[in-house]
Structures are given as C-alpha cells and as structure tokens.
Design a protein around this ligand. Structure first.
Ligand SMILES: Cc1ncc(COP(=O)(O)O)c(C=O)c1O
Length: 399
C-alpha cells in the first residue's frame, strides 16, 4: 500500500516543480536578523521575516530563554492541567493581557492553536461565526473545525465589506451568539481592519468581535499594543488572538486575550489546551522578556514606522507600485506566480531575501513579492535591498 501511495505523492511533487510552485526551504545558519547567513548563499539582507521589532536576537530575550532552561528544564512532559504548569506561563499571560489591554490571557503553543480553540470551544449549535474572506488560514480552518465539532453555522463576508457583514448579521439575528472574526492586519495585503466600524456594527447587532492581531502586536499603535491602540480603542475588542512568533521574540506560541471568564472557559474546555503540552518554558520566558522589552522601548515601534515609511517612499520613487498602506508588510503585485518566484530567486542571487507568493496563497493572477520591514534594519540595509530590487525590477521589465 505504502509504495503506490508514496509514488503518487512523488508524482504530485514533480508537478509542483514543473509548475514553478515548489517551495524550497532555505536554511539560515545564524540568528534571524536584518542580515543573516544563508546556507549555500552567504550573507543576505532579510526582508522576509515577521521579526518586526528585531527582538529575535536581542540579548535580553536570548538570556531569558537560557535562564528559563536552567531554572525549569525543557518542559513538564505533559499537558498543563495534568502535570502542572510553570510560573513563567502565568507571568507571560499577565504580560500579554497587560500589553493588549484585556483582563486576562491564555497562552497556546501557536496562534494557529489559539485560533482553532476560540470558535470550536466558545460556540455551540445555536451560534454563528462570520469571517472576513481574507482571514488567515488558521482562522478558516478553526472555523471549519468548529462547524464539524459544534454544528455552529458559519458565513463569510466579502473582504472588509461592512454592508455584506451587516446583511449577514441581520440574517443571523435569531442565533444565540453571533461571532465576527477578522485579522487586525491582513498578512498578504498589509491592510488594517476597519476596527471602529467593525466594533460599532458588532455592538449594534449584539455580536462578539474577535481580532487576530498576529501582524499588529508590537507593530501598530504608538507603543505597539496593536490594532486597538492604532484606533484609540484599547479595551474595546472582545477577544484578541495573537502570536508570540512574530514581533514578540519570534520563537513560537500564541495567546487568546479577553475577559477572565473567556480565558478560564478555554482553560477548562479548549481541546488544544487539554490534549497538548504547554509552551516550553524557554519560549515562554523569551516571549515574556520580549513583552517587557517592548514596554520599556516604545521607540522601537517608532523606528519601525520610520523604516516602513522610508522603504515605501523609496519603492514608489523607483517606479514600483506597492499596495498602499502604512504597515511594514509591503507587497508588490506582479501577476503570475512564476514571475513572483523568478523575482524572488533573482533577488536572492543579489543577496536579498524576499519571498514570492502565488496561488493558492493569494488569488490567481495576483502573485506578489512581499517585503517586510523591521525596526532593526539600518538605513544601509534598506538602501542595499532597494538597490537590488531596482536592478532586478529593471531586468524583469517591472519598472
Ligand atoms: C494572521 C495570522 N494568524 C495566525 C498565524 C499563526 O501564528 P503561529 O505561527 O503562532 O501559529 C499567522 C502566521 O502566519 C498569521 O499571519
């Protein structure tokens, strides 16, 4: 049985290669940073990382992980309610709640798990969850799972279309709970959710608002508290999910931040909590140090904003047309997948690491390269990357 099965997968993989959509893994042989050492290539400028604040490698974050390894060992060797949980988890959860402005938070081994836990645990048969069309895959899969487990209803509204959302909420007025889920920052576009309008609509239609702030935590708002701070609405989002694997140290992990009851209910019933190990203490301690670092260094967030503005302005001045916006996610649409992959390959040959994205990650015909700016990029890093982007863009006839 295994042999034909394996052969079929091999044939499909060959098809991916033939179609130019095969993703090869690129190995770094140094910490994630504005400049990293890539196996087989040498030093590259990294414009393809969610290390928005450059915290992956700051000494405080690394030292906290090492100290936690010495103090707690590698882990508890089972799930939290069975084997106990480490005090550093409680400190981390208090810090995450403080950062995003909620009463409580609960950590998960990934934001993927957090997004899976929310609808599948908090909704039931008489409820509905309504999701933005461009939400992250983890939200989509979390909702699919919720539908299968709880028999809740599901609906999708056109991206950022408030009229469509309102119509769907009106149609769902008899449901016990209406839950609306949106990304805070949409990862492939860099667009910011229309939070004031969404919160208003949710209030009017008595709906629970869930915002996945994975690309906004540490990024948006004057002090990096996320989409809510960006709009002056800290404390007004019902449920926030976010990752510890991007701006907050970049290792792994995620959390749900909300009321004490929501977090306690998830502790009691969320299957990724009950049947999977906790975040390793090393990772929890590094993430905690990252939150504390962010609280003490709001100037990093301002630096990120300045770097983003500079990078976007320079791209425009060179004739590129990035999707307009103000977040450090700067996508340039190129059309066909093969073109995005070709540009990414040529940039890598010039020592600049930028990923090309094609179908099915983004819609057909909207393949793109996605540049991501960090607070840790120096002007020299950005200028060198921009020069390579210009050279390759001219070579490929893009500008
Ligand atoms: C919007 C969004 N939500 C959730 C996730 C998943 O986060 P994690 O890596 O912590 O599972 C990602 C990661 O790409 C994301 O972009």
């Amino acid at each position: 049985m295994m042999q034909p099965f394996d052969a079929r997968l091999g044939a499909e993989l060959a098809g991916f290669r033939r179609d130019g959509v095969y993703k090869r893994l690129l190995y770094l042989d140094s910490p994630q940073a504005p400049r990293a050492r890539m196996e087989g290539i040498g030093e590259v400028i990294v414009l393809s990382s969610n290390n928005y604040l450059g915290l992956c490698n700051v000494p405080e974050v690394v030292a906290a992980g090492k100290a936690a390894l010495d103090r707690f060992g590698a882990g508890t060797a089972s799930v939290r309610f069975i084997c106990g949980t480490f005090t550093v988890h409680r400190l981390l959860e208090q810090a995450c709640a403080r950062l995003v402005g909620t009463a409580a938070s609960l950590s998960f081994v990934s934001c993927w798990n957090a997004n899976e836990a929310v609808p599948g645990t908090l909704l039931g048969e008489n409820d509905i969850v309504i999701s933005d069309q461009l939400n992250h895959a983890s939200i989509i899969d979390g909702i699919r799972l919720a539908k299968a487990i709880t028999k809740c209803q599901t609906a999708v509204y056109r991206h950022a279309d408030l009229t469509d959302l309102t119509e769907k909420l009106v149609a769902a007025k008899d449901r016990r709970v209406r839950m609306v889920v949106t990304d805070g920052v949409f990862s492939m576009e860099g667009a910011i959710a229309k939070l004031p309008e969404l919160a208003d609509i949710c209030r009017k239609h008595d709906a629970v608002l869930v915002v996945d702030d994975s690309h906004a935590t540490g990024v948006l708002g004057k002090t990096g508290r996320g989409t809510a701070e960006h709009f002056g609405m800290v404390g007004e989002v019902d449920i926030i999910t976010s990752t510890l694997g991007k701006a907050l140290g970049g290792a792994a992990g995620g959390f749900v931040a909300s009321s004490a009851n929501v977090c306690d209910y998830l502790t009691q019933r969320a299957r990724p909590q009950l049947f999977s190990n906790a975040l390793p203490p090393t990772v929890a301690a590094s993430a905690l140090a990252s939150v504390e670092y962010l609280e003490q260094h709001p100037e990093r967030v301002e630096q990120l904003r300045q770097n983003t503005r500079y990078f976007r302005d320079q791209l425009l001045a060179s004739g590129f047309k990035p999707i307009p916006g103000e977040t450090p996610i700067v996508p340039v649409i190129l059309g066909e997948t093969a073109k995005a992959i070709e540009m990414s390959n040529q940039l890598l040959a010039e020592g600049v690491f930028v990923t090309g994205f094609g179908y099915p990650v983004v819609p057909q015909g909207q393949a793109r390269i996605r540049c991501q700016v960090s607070a840790a990029h120096s002007r020299d890093d950005l200028d060198q990357a921009l020069s390579a982007i210009r050279t390759v863009g001219q070579r490929l006839g893009i500008v």
